[in-house]
Design a binder for this molecule. Structure first.
Ligand code: ADP
Length: 595
């Protein structure tokens, strides 16, 4: 459960929201001024009501002049309040919309630049929710202040000040009762209602979690005929939510009752004192009328205070995640003044590299050195967990090293901009992610602004053209959800076309582990061969049939290279690791090798 207190967070949130309010300083200043003015007008309406009553009480029926003047002032003030309040709304709409889009933009820009590791360890859905919740919370926070707490504060202090000036006793009683009211209501909201609310919300999320998990896993549920088990699971969570929801709603209701009682006490205090002042000849009938109207005004503002306090607390907590994004350092950052990487040939060198995953006990790579000459096609093989994927992640600088350097054409990759490095390294991942955009757009991702001719040319080289021609909308077909669902092999071909178009001088191909249909496999091999020509290429090989055509094979074991050579050299080693891998993995391949 979260802490009910929000103390230390408030100043951080205030700095954050102030920054975004001040994006439009003139608009903000106008808003504050207008809000104060409009609230002061609201406070003066009861006074005008008092003048009106006095004008009627002391005037003669034949001379309605003073009463009409007081009436005009009364109506004009009421109208002025409504107009100025609407103007506050218009200004706030503009201020909030601008701030919210900027908050979203800033958070999105930051999160996109977080490391691959961060993204691997965060749920995309949760990150999206945190950003959108941060945006809406800013809006609620600003509205709560502008329409709730700030005017309430102005009204309460304004009224207490006016009373204290004319009738010190009334001022004292009003001030004290409002203070007592606020103390009780705020304490209840923060320490009694909120913890129950937070717990009920957590169980609400648990319920959605169980629903989402069971519905997504429906094929498994079906295959084990486990519908009733899942019903039971949901029933239990729903029960857990039920009593917490009742408790949280009940506490709000009790707090409402306490507020009502306190408001009655406030009314008795104010009006009782007013009548006593009148009996002492210190207050006119008009004063009593304005006292009654003022009391309605105050209780109107106070009634929603508890709700505002809770809203403020909730938004402060909800903005916390976005603030964490904002304050987080980039895990992998460009050095100040980093230059662009210039790739002439594409030679890669690992120079005494030591690397340990955060949280891992031991270093995966220790004092690891390796040279890959320009244009060489290298296959990485080894058991799962041997360190092949990490090797290519380090080449892309998805992680920083603990010691040593990685060089491309003699330039240390940690010293150049990440943009220039990633542009130079084309990646065809194992299970490529395609955007929910058209196939043409997905291919053009490798080269923004590519012409349709270039896209089709790349698609032809990657054997994408074959299956795209068969689709109803061709290259305009949307991928995913409402579009076509591509097979693993087809997606990998699109990813190859993307890299062909990008024209990166260094290539990384992570072969698909799942078996591809033989047509796809042949196509992919052909496409890769074309792509690899003249480029330094690193293939994470899961199929030993691929690596035999490469220039060099590196056999990994626990972050070390245990064998290094061509297929011919390694297969000839009696008792060698590569030979053993080949023997265990593929009988068919052995026949090939023996030929
Ligand atoms: P391979 O590609 O050869 O299967 P990896 O490079 O993926 O091997 O993994 C090498 C080792 O590093 C494994 O023991 C794996 O568990 C560990 N590892 C991989 N990624 C991470 C990570 N993000 N955090 C911690 N350990 C990791």
């Amino acid at each position: 459960m979260r802490e009910p207190g929000t103390g230390p967070k408030i100043s951080r949130v205030m700095r954050f929201v102030t920054h975004y309010w001040l994006l439009s300083p003139r608009l903000f200043a106008a808003l504050v001024a207008l809000r104060i003015a409009s609230t002061l007008v609201d406070v003066s309406v009861p006074l005008a009501a008092g003048w009106l009553v006095d004008a009627v009480a002391s005037g003669a029926p034949g001379d309605p002049g003073p009463a009409i003047r007081a009436l005009v002032i009364f109506i004009a003030l009421g109208a002025l309040f409504q107009i100025s309040r609407q103007c506050v709304t218009f200004l706030l709409n503009r201020l909030s919309a601008r701030a919210i889009t900027t908050i979203g933009r800033d958070a999105f820009a930051k999160v996109q630049r977080f490391s691959a590791d961060w993204h691997a360890n965060s749920f995309a859905g949760a990150t999206v929710r945190k950003i959108t919740r941060g945006m809406t919370s800013f809006d609620t926070f600003t509205d709560t202040l502008a329409f709730g707490l700030v005017p309430a504060f102005i009204v309460v202090t304004g009224v207490t000040a006016v009373f204290s000036w004319r009738w010190p006793l009334l001022g004292l009683i009003t001030g004290l009762s409002i203070f007592a009211f606020l103390a009780v209501v705020v304490l209840l909201a923060v320490y009694w209602i909120r913890p129950a609310n937070v717990e009920a919300r957590e169980w609400d999320s648990k319920m959605s979690g169980v629903l989402a998990d069971s519905i997504t896993g429906n094929p498994v549920v079906k295959s084990f005929a486990a519908e009733e088990r899942e019903d039971g699971l949901f029933r239990n969570v729903a029960k857990g939510w039920e009593w917490r929801a009742i408790r949280s709603w009940d506490r709000s209701a009790v707090s409402g009752l306490v507020q009502a009682v306190l408001i009655v006490i406030l009314q008795i205090g104010m009006l009782g004192t007013g009548i006593w002042l009148w009996s002492q000849g210190q207050a006119s009938p008009g004063d009593i009328a304005s006292l009654i109207a003022t009391q309605f005004l105050i209780t109107g503002y106070l009634r929603d205070i508890a709700q505002h306090v809770r809203a403020l607390q909730r938004t402060i907590n909800d903005m916390d995640d976005v603030l964490d994004f904002r304050d987080a350092d980039l895990q992998v950052a460009d050095r100040p003044g980093a230059a662009g990487l210039v790739v002439r040939q594409g030679a890669i060198a690992f120079d005494h590299v030591t690397f340990r995953y955060k949280g891992a006990h031991d270093a995966l790579y220790r004092d690891f050195s390796l040279q890959i000459p320009a244009g060489q096609r290298v296959g990485l093989v080894g058991q799962s967990g041997a360190g092949k994927s990490t090797f290519v992640k380090l080449v892309q600088r998805l992680y920083d090293l603990d010691a040593g350097r990685i060089l491309i054409d003699g330039q240390e990759i940690a010293q150049v901009t990440q943009t220039s490095l990633r542009e130079a390294v084309g990646l065809v991942p194992q299970d490529p992610v395609l955007f929910h955009r058209s196939i043409a757009e997905n291919i053009a991702y490798g080269k923004p602004g590519a012409s349709m001719d270039e896209i089709v040319a790349a698609a032809k080289l990657a054997h994408v053209d074959e299956f795209v021609r068969g689709l109803p909308k061709g290259y305009d077909t949307l991928v995913g959800e409402r579009g076509v669902k591509l097979s693993g092999g087809e997606r990998q071909r699109v990813a190859i076309a993307r890299v062909i178009l990008a024209g990166s001088p260094i290539l990384i191909l992570d072969e698909a582990t799942s078996s591809l249909d033989s047509v796809s496999e042949t196509y992919i091999r052909e496409a890769m061969d074309r792509l690899a020509q003249g480029r330094t290429t690193i293939v994470i090989a899961h199929r030993l049939s691929t690596v035999q055509r490469l220039d060099r094979i590196l056999v990994f074991e626990n972050g070390r290279i245990v064998e290094d050579g061509t297929h011919g050299q390694l297969i000839g080693r009696d008792g060698g690791v590569y030979r053993r891998l080949v023997e265990t993995q593929s009988g068919a391949f052995l026949v090939d090798a023996a030929e």
